[in-house]
Design a protein around this ligand. Structure first.
Ligand SMILES: *[C@@H]1O[C@H](CO)[C@@H](O)[C@H](O)[C@H]1NC(C)=O
Ligand SMILES: *[C@@H]1O[C@H](CO)[C@@H](O)[C@H](O)[C@H]1NC(C)=O
Length: 467
C-alpha cells in the first residue's frame, strides 16, 4: 500500500542574509614595516611615515596604536593620519621609539596590522674632555677605557694612536673590544708610549665621534716579570642567539709572555666549516646560527706561566613563524567552527585570539582556545567578525587574520528533496526523512492530505541544519 505524504513548512525563523561580491570586510593591502630612523643631531627635518592600507566596503577607517595605546592625532599635534598612513613629525627619541600598529575598521569588523617598531638611532658627543694619563711598567698589561657616549644603534670602535690616520693595529698583543670599545694591550712595550683616542662610529647613522685622548706613559721603576694569563675580555655565560644571525664571541687576556688564545667546544664537537677559527684569535665568529650551534663554548689563554679558561653557553631561539593559519569561512547558525593556528618558534609560542581587534573573551563554554586552535560551537549571528590569531614568544609575534561569517538560510529542500513515493509494509514502520537546509533551526510540521498531523509519535521533528 502506497503512502503519499505532502509536506508543508508552517513556521520558520528568517534571518537577514548579507551577500556581496568582492571583499566587504577590511583586508590589508599594505601593512607597516619597522623603521630605523637615523637621527642626525643637527638636522631639522625629522619625520617618519608608517604606511597602512586596507580594502573593504564600506571603505575602512583607520586608527593607530603605539605601545598598545591609541594615538589621538589632534590638529597641530605631531601625529597625522592620511589615508591609512601615520605620519609623525618632529621625531623625539624619548617619546616616539616603540611599537606601532594600524587598525582598519568598517561595519563588518576591525583588523589589527602586524607590529612595526620605530627605532631612533643616534650618537651623542663624548661628554668628558680630558682623561688622566695611564702609567704602566714595561711588560705589564693595560686596559684603556673608551666609555662611549649615549647612543642607539650598533657601534663599532677603533683607536687612533697619536695622530690620525695612524690606527692601532690589532694582533696577538693588542685587542679592541667591539662590545665595550676598550683597548687591551696584553704586554706593554716601550713603542706603545703615546696618546690613544677612541673613535666611535654608529653603523646606522654613519656618524662618528672621538673621545678625549689618553696618554700612556712608562713607569721607570722597573720591568714587569712574567705572569700567567689574566682573561680580561670574556663572552657572556649565557647568550641567546636568534636563528640565522652571526654571533661573535670575544676573549682576550693580558699576560707576559703574550698569551695565545684558543677556542673549543667542551663536548669536543668540532667547529663547523663556516667557523673560521684561524681568522682572529680574540674573536670567534659563528655565521648563520642554527640549533646545532647551541651549546658550550670555551676560550683558553695560555703562556709559559700557565693557562686560564672561560666558558659560556649559547642558546638558540627563533621568533614565531606561522605554519598553519585560519582561513575565511562562512557558516550557518548553530554550526560549529574550528580554526587551527600553529607557529614554529623556540621557545614554544603561546597563542591568543582577537575578535575585531579586541581580545576574544571566552566567558561562554561554547568558545574555547586549546593549543592555539579556536573552536566555537552553536554559532550565532553575533559571532560574525574578523578574527586574528596571535602566536608569540618572548622574541616576537605573528598575526594571522580570518573572517567568520555566520549566515541565516531560509529553509530549502533543493539538496534533499522529499521522496515522492515511499513503499511500506502493512503493519510495519515507515520513516520519511525531511531534511531541509536552514539556519537557524526551524520548525517542521507534517500534513497528510489536508489534515495537519499533531506533534506526537515523533512525527514532527526539529532538524538542525547540518551536523
Ligand atoms: C614603548 O615600548 C618600548 C619597549 O617595548 C620601550 O622601550 C619604549 O620606551 C616605549 N615607548 C614609550 C614612549 O613609552
Ligand atoms: C700626547 O698629548 C700631549 C698633550 O696633548 C702632548 O703634549 C704629547 O706630545 C703627545 N704625545 C705624543 C707622542 O704625541
Amino acid at each position: 500500500m502506497g503512502l503519499s505524504w505532502k509536506l508543508l513548512v508552517l513556521q520558520l525563523f528568517m534571518g537577514c542574509l548579507s551577500e556581496g561580491s568582492g571583499p566587504l570586510r577590511p583586508v590589508f593591502t599594505k601593512q607597516p614595516g619597522s623603521i630605523v630612523f637615523p637621527l642626525h643631531l643637527n638636522e631639522p627635518s625629522r619625520e617618519v611615515t608608517f604606511s597602512c592600507e586596507a580594502q573593504g566596503h564600506p571603505p575602512p577607517s583607520y586608527r593607530w596604536k603605539m605601545n598598545d595605546s591609541f594615538i589621538y592625532p589632534q590638529p597641530g599635534s605631531r601625529y597625522s593620519i592620511s589615508g591609512g598612513n601615520l605620519r609623525i613629525s618632529q621625531l623625539n627619541k624619548e617619546e616616539d621609539a616603540g611599537v606601532y600598529q594600524c587598525l582598519a575598521s568598517n561595519s563588518f569588523g576591525t583588523i589589527l596590522s602586524r607590529e612595526a617598531s620605530l627605532h631612533i638611532a643616534y650618537l651623542e658627543e663624548f661628554k668628558t674632555k680630558r682623561r688622566s694619563p695611564v702609567s704602566v711598567r714595561e711588560g705589564q698589561g693595560v686596559v684603556l677605557l673608551c666609555g662611549p657616549p649615549a647612543h642607539m644603534g650598533e657601534l663599532t670602535f677603533s683607536w687612533i694612536f697619536n695622530e690620525y690616520p695612524s690606527f692601532v693595529k690589532q694582533d696577538m698583543r693588542r685587542f679592541v673590544s667591539q662590545k665595550t670599545g676598550n683597548l687591551y694591550i696584553a704586554k706593554v712595550e716601550p713603542s706603545d708610549v703615546g696618546n690613544y683616542t677612541c673613535v666611535v662610529t654608529n653603523t646606522v647613522t654613519q656618524s662618528r665621534v672621538q673621545g678625549p685622548p689618553t696618554s700612556l706613559v712608562l713607569r721607570n721603576d722597573g720591568i714587569m716579570g712574567e705572569y700567567e694569563p689574566k682573561i680580561e675580555v670574556q663572552f657572556p655565560e649565557v647568550l641567546a642567539v636568534a636563528k640565522g644571525l652571526t654571533v661573535k664571541l670575544e676573549c682576550f687576556a693580558l699576560g707576559n709572555p703574550v698569551p695565545a688564545i684558543t677556542w673549543r667546544r667542551p663536548d669536543e664537537v668540532p667547529f663547523p666549516r663556516k667557523v673560521d677559527v684561524g681568522k682572529s684569535s680574540g674573536v670567534l665568529e659563528i655565521p648563520y646560527f642554527q640549533q646545532e650551534d647551541a651549546g658550550q663554548y670555551e676560550c683558553t689563554a695560555e703562556n709559559s706561566r700557565g693557562k686560564n679558561t672561560v666558558k659560556g653557553r649559547l642558546s638558540f631561539y627563533a621568533s614565531p613563524h606561522l605554519v598553519e593559519k585560519p582561513q575565511d569561512v562562512q557558516k550557518a547558525i548553530d554550526e560549529s567552527l574550528l580554526w587551527e593556528c600553529k607557529a614554529s618558534a623556540k621557545p614554544k609560542p603561546s597563542y591568543r585570539w582577537l575578535k575585531n581587534g579586541e581580545p576574544l573573551e571566552s566567558f561562554e563554554d561554547r568558545i574555547q582556545v586549546v593549543n592555539g586552535a579556536l573552536s566555537i560551537s552553536s554559532l550565532t549571528l553575533s559571532d560574525t567578525g574578523m578574527y586574528q590569531c596571535i602566536a608569540e614568544n618572548r622574541h616576537g609575534r605573528v598575526f594571522a587574520n580570518a573572517e567568520l561569517k555566520v549566515i541565516a538560510v531560509a529553509p530549502d529542500f533543493s539538496s534533499s528533496v522529499l521522496k515522492a513515493q515511499t513503499l511500506a509494509r502493512q503493519g510495519g514502520d515507515v520513516l520519511i526523512e525531511c531534511r531541509p537546509r536552514m539556519s537557524p533551526r526551524g520548525m517542521i510540521s507534517w500534513r497528510k492530505g489536508k489534515e495537519a498531523l499533531r506533534e506526537s509519535h515523533s512525527l514532527a521533528k526539529r532538524w538542525g541544519s547540518e551536523p
